[in-house]
Design a protein around this ligand. Structure first.
Ligand code: ATP
Length: 558
């Protein structure tokens, strides 16, 4: 795949290059924008029915047959469109509403001659459409694409539009292909990707400026980088045998927050890299008051506190992160304290390649002590597991999750989950899995989706692997809200079985992991139950098959 994609990249001009890097992974925008197309299957079917000139019901019949959006698009356009294309082969694309997009959609789409750029421009217009008439504009944009595309092309356009492409190419293969196509070292591409969070930009830099250009990439303020992540450690001792000297911190029970400060301007990003600044004005004020440098990028955990100073339920902090109205009163009801634990950039200087120890020293220098709503969390460097145990007990007593054990000599690696950060929590770890399907309930659960089909990810091949079903842990109220949410994500139905666009993440507890040939993952969960819906995570953040395998082997050892 690397060979094929590298050869393809070589043929493209600069404009097509970045776009192709996103689309081959089934994405439309670079990760740092936090932007998704957010197109529901129903809208796509509406556009398809218009392009083919058939009723939405007929589209549903096709869907029942194929169970797949791409295949349905292909069949509908192959079988039904013929009569249409005879009277018009030119399509005026809908003008974009957003300025940023407006100049790019000027060319006319000619049937059978659709370019990569044109597909991208139409999809961008869809994302830019807002307010009154947005719905019909989106349908028109898609309709003009379907009308101009061949059935084979349209199959892939549908899958990309619903973020369902998954042809087995992920970030790793794109990175390697860029290196191969433009003859630059893989680690140069990797570094540039970590700091820019944009493989399209990295491809262009590689083509136009080679390794020098890659090396010159830097973290930029107001462009969030992926969060560095942690691996589960079986025991505190095993982390010490791995690292010897360990930097121990509390694992706070809250939500991750990346903070970008540029002068008096503060932007806040969630774990999904969404801009949550408007929901958290109190945090922005606290940062301005507490941080003593002009420009900074900081990493930390935002905790919702109760009156006794203990962390409140996870749903409370999420309510703060998502709040669009009554922000002020909600911030009074649910005050937030931010525990900063890392510094990525300070006044013109990138910190990510410096050791954690040094980053933390600088962090402590630039954040005022006893500031309201902000503190630098305590980090204790030790080679003694006993000390880590004491910190662990204290953290749990204070109502937090456990501890983080970090390598004090390690760099900050955006997006990486490795042994430089390890986490220890008391209970057996849960799995974050994405809902890919469901089943209509019977009896009391009639007209509700009564059970959900879950999948873990295989990031190397960029696919989801089914691992089981859950129907336990769902209250009637939750069943109602979940059903309502899933209704907008249903892609196909056959009997009681439903295929759902993979978007909603469930945190699942279980008794045990078993080997199983019933599911694509090769494993099944015994007695799975829903702990909570992880609204702070996307399908990109779910647990991997590698983690499932590790947990399975860990079980056998215990
Ligand atoms: P979890 O579901 O356990 O929160 P996760 O997948 O969100 O895990 P991990 O990288 O596995 O993320 O665990 C680290 C998470 O713990 C961070 O994303 C962050 O939100 C939280 N956290 C709390 N305290 C710290 C800390 N001191 N250092 C780093 N992360 C911390």
């Amino acid at each position: 795949m690397t060979e094929v994609f590298a050869a393809f990249l070589k043929e493209l001009d600069v404009e097509e290059l970045s776009v192709s890097c996103y689309m081959i992974m089934g994405e439309i925008f670079p990760a740092w924008t936090g932007k998704k197309l957010g197109l529901g299957p129903n809208l796509l079917y509406a556009a398809l029915s218009k392009a083919a000139g058939i009723s939405p019901d007929k589209i549903k019949d096709y869907l029942k047959q194929t169970g797949d959006v791409g295949q349905t698009t292909f069949l509908v356009l192959s079988n039904e469109k013929k009569s249409q294309s005879t009277f018009s082969s030119f399509f005026e694309p809908e003008p974009a509403t957003d300025d940023e997009y407006s100049d790019s959609t000027s060319d006319v789409l000619i049937a059978g001659q659709l370019t990569i750029r044109q597909v991208y421009d139409q999809l961008k217009s869809i994302a830019g459409a807002s307010g009154k008439g947005a719905q019909s504009q989106k349908i028109k944009n898609l309709q003009s694409l379907f009308s101009a595309a061949t059935p084979e092309e349209a199959k892939y356009i549908s899958r990309i539009a619903l973020e369902e492409l998954r042809i087995g190419i992920g970030e790793g293969i794109v990175r390697d292909s860029i290196a191969k196509a433009f003859d630059v070292p893989v680690d140069g591409v990797e570094f540039a990707f970590m700091v820019t969070n944009d493989l399209g930009e990295v491809a262009v830099a590689s083509k136009t400026g080679g390794i020098e250009s890659l090396k010159n990439r830097q973290i930029q303020i107001n462009r969030p980088v992926k969060m560095m992540l942690a691996q589960v450690t079986e025991s505190i001792e095993s982390a010490f045998s791995e690292l010897k000297n360990v930097a121990v911190e509390w694992k706070f029970d809250g939500a991750r927050i990346q903070i970008h400060k540029k002068g008096q301007d503060v932007k806040l990003y969630s774990r999904r890299l969404e801009d949550v600044t408007d929901s958290l004005p109190d945090v922005a004020d606290a940062i301005l008051n507490a941080v003593d440098v002009t420009d900074a990028v900081l990493d930390g955990e935002a905790v919702a506190m109760d009156d006794a100073g203990k962390p409140r339920a996870f749903q409370d902090i999420l309510r703060r992160f998502r709040r669009k109205y009554d922000v002020e009163s909600t911030s009074r009801d649910i005050p937030i304290h931010v525990n900063l634990f890392d510094l990525l950039y300070a006044d013109g200087e990138s910190m990510i390649e410096k050791p954690l120890r040094e980053r933390r020293q600088r962090l402590a220098q630039i954040v005022k002590k006893n500031a309201k709503g902000i503190s630098v969390d305590e980090m204790v460097e030790t080679d003694n597991p006993e000390i880590a145990y004491e910190i662990y007990e204290k953290a749990l007593k204070a109502g937090h999750e456990g501890i983080m054990m970090k390598n004090p000599d390690s760099a900050y690696s955006p997006g990486k989950r490795g042994k430089n950060w390890m986490k220890k929590k008391p209970v057996m770890d849960t799995l974050d899995l994405v809902v890919i399907g469901g089943e209509w309930g019977a009896g009391k659960r009639k007209n509700k989706i009564g059970s959900y089909i879950l999948a873990c990810s295989d990031p190397i091949n960029n696919i989801f692997l089914e691992i089981g079903r859950v129907g336990t842990g769902l209250s009637d109220e939750l069943l109602d809200t979940l059903t309502e949410k899933m209704m907008t994500l249903i892609e196909a139905e056959s009997g009681v079985e439903i295929k759902i666009k993979p978007e909603v993440v469930f945190e699942i507890a279980f008794e045990e992991i078993q080997k199983s040939s019933n599911y694509a993952a090769g494993y099944a969960l015994r007695f799975p139950r829903l702990i909570q819906v992880r609204d702070d995570k996307t399908a990109d953040d779910i647990d991997t098959i590698e983690k499932v395998e590790r947990m399975y082997s860990g079980q056998k050892e215990n």
